[in-house]
Design a protein around this ligand. Structure first.
Ligand SMILES: NC(=O)c1ccc[n+]([C@@H]2O[C@H](COP(=O)([O-])OP(=O)(O)OC[C@H]3O[C@@H](n4cnc5c(N)ncnc54)[C@H](OP(=O)(O)O)[C@@H]3O)[C@@H](O)[C@H]2O)c1
Length: 509
């Protein structure tokens, strides 16, 4: 029960809640893909932010592995710049100096055994001189095709399972596979070298406070808990809209598309949290079990031509700027059929959700950047539809700001009985004085602490691919390119038609 067994937001060691810092213990974080976009903008700054909040031990070490011929000084300078440009917390010289003492760089290609021998020697040196005690966390911030070779190379140097490392763990970035078969294959490869319990698969959405709060909002408030079922809920809309395009990552995005890049992971994770049953206790295992149960109950529509949509942005204008169409982006071939917008109606085949559609949509170059879960309640039976000019909904806002809004019907002041939509808002930035950790801070810290709660286990990833595979197959076989949409719009006409066909419409967040 939530009130007797601490849930994700009630854990006594949660540093975001003003409690004492958890004991990470000595360790080295080895970052593969250290020169990449994610490392520079998110991971390195997150390490500094953890250090500046006193959440890393003095023995902590950050080791970068990259193929550039950098020396130590160049790497330290690069790390410092990334911290100064992107860290959330202010730059403090003493924090930086302490962190810098444990920074090392190893130059090598992923396919180069001598690079991994140098890495092993550097880790030994750190064990002896910096107190890292053989505890290594390998963060694979690299393209999925490199996961296998890195794990194998680590294993050959005795840095993976049954090697000399006392505490080898590995974090794998998304996307985890391209479909069910490749995800299974990837898992087999990784688990050949690392124990299943040492593998942390990142879905950085789960690191966000508002996402963790979905379970608390649902289960700790009778107001919602009591109404969270097909009797009261009309439908659920889950949106992840971006105003950016492929942002220089065309090479990665081509052949992946919105379905695999976002729907398979972030959106299905949000669906699982919204639809899962209450676990017997809020442990990583029990929550994962309930999420898996709900993902296995997800059903795709029989007729995907009516209940799914995919689109591709053309050239146009957004926010006063000229936008290059997707086909003209670097790394995108002229005959590309990759979608930048995807929407689908899903069902959850359980008693609780009988007849309640879950609409998922995601897209790039849409009107604005917003991620939200909107739980739309059925209309009141006591007010006639002609009087009711509003919609009861609970909107959990995940991005750009985190919080929740209840949309309620209220009487307009005056003698008449006009009803209008009003909102009750809760915003993290104003409701709490405690600072919350940024998603990657939280995930790195949790992996260091060996806490799996916010990392989807392999079974969840398989189940998500089981949902996505037939949808992707249908899209791949559908004739023609994805439907055109204007940058700054809310996607293609077929995305809207999917809703109007059901007598509903997408929210305009
Ligand atoms: N960027 C994001 O916002 C984001 C968000 C979510 C998930 N992810 C995932 O995170 C991972 C990394 O993304 P990213 O955007 O940082 O990618 P990226 O910018 O393309 O970086 C890839 C990194 O891998 C290195 N690399 C590639 N081949 C190598 C080789 N043979 N030997 C040594 N190093 C090699 C690159 O080194 P060079 O610099 O030398 O080329 C670079 O540091 C991907 O799995 C991606 O899907 C990224």
């Amino acid at each position: 029960m939530l009130h007797t067994t601490p849930g994700p937001n009630f854990r006594p060691d949660d540093p975001g809640e003003g409690h004492s810092a958890p004991d990470v213990g000595p360790c080295a974080l080895v970052l593969f893909g250290v020169t990449g976009d994610l490392a520079r903008k998110k991971l390195i700054p997150a390490v500094y932010d953890l250090a500046s909040q006193g959440l890393l031990p003095p023995t902590f070490s950050l080791v970068g592995y990259g193929r550039r011929g950098w020396d130590h000084e160049v790497f330290v300078k690069e790390v410092k710049e990334s911290v100064q440009d992107y860290a959330r917390t202010p730059f403090v010289e003493s924090v930086w100096q302490e962190l810098a003492r444990g920074i090392r760089f190893v130059s090598g290609d992923f396919s180069d055994p001598s690079g991994f021998r140098r890495l092993r020697d550097v880790l030994r040196e750190l064990d002896e001189n910096h107190g890292t005690a053989g505890s290594y966390l390998f963060y694979l911030s690299v393209a999925p095709k490199a996961f296998g070779v890195i794990c194998e190379q680590l294993s050959q140097q005795g840095l993976a399972r049954s090697g000399r490392a006392a505490w080898p763990k590995v974090i794998i970035e998304k996307p985890f596979g391209h479909d069910l078969a490749s995800a299974r294959e990837l898992n087999r490869t990784i688990e050949t070298f690392f124990d299943a319990a040492s593998v942390f698969r990142v879905d950085h959405y789960l690191g966000k406070e508002a996402v963790q709060n979905v379970l608390t909002l649902r289960f700790a408030n009778r107001l919602f808990d009591a109404l969270w079922n097909a009797e009261h809920i009309d439908h659920v809309q889950i949106t992840m809209a971006e105003d950016i395009g492929v942002d220089g990552r065309g090479g990665y995005y081509e052949g992946v598309g919105a379905g695999r890049d976002v729907m398979q992971n972030h959106l299905l994770q949000l669906l699982a949290l919204t639809a899962m049953e209450r676990p017997p206790s809020f442990t990583a295992e029990n929550i994962a079990e309930e999420k898996a149960r709900v993902l296995s109950a997800v059903r795709i529509p029989a007729d995907l031509s009516q209940h799914s949509a995919r689109g591709r942005y053309g050239e146009g204008r957004l926010g006063g700027q000229k936008i290059t169409g997707f086909l003209a982006e670097a790394g995108i071939p002229a005959d590309s059929t990759t979608e930048t917008y995807a929407a689908v109606r899903l069902a959850v085949d359980t008693q609780r959700w009988k007849g309640v559609p879950f609409y998922l949509r995601t897209g790039k170059r849409l009107e604005r950047r917003v991620t939200e879960i909107a739980v739309v309640f059925k209309a009141s039976q006591h007010v006639s539809p002609s009087e009711l000019n509003s919609e009861n909904a609970l909107v959990i806002r995940i991005q750009p700001e985190q919080g929740a809004t209840a949309h309620l019907s209220s009487k307009v002041p005056g003698r008449g009985m006009e009803i209008r939509d009003v909102t009750m808002d809760f915003n993290y930035s104003t409701a709490f004085s405690e600072e919350s950790l940024e998603a990657y801070e939280r995930l790195i810290l949790d992996a260091l602490l060996n806490d799996h709660l916010l990392f989807p286990p392999h079974r969840e990833i398989e189940l998500s691919w089981q949902v996505m595979d037939p949808i992707e197959r249908y899209w791949a076989a559908a004739p023609g390119a994805p439907e055109h949409y204007q940058p700054g719009s809310w996607g293609p006409a077929s995305g809207d038609a999917l809703m109007t066909r059901d007598g509903r419409s997408w929210r305009r967040p």
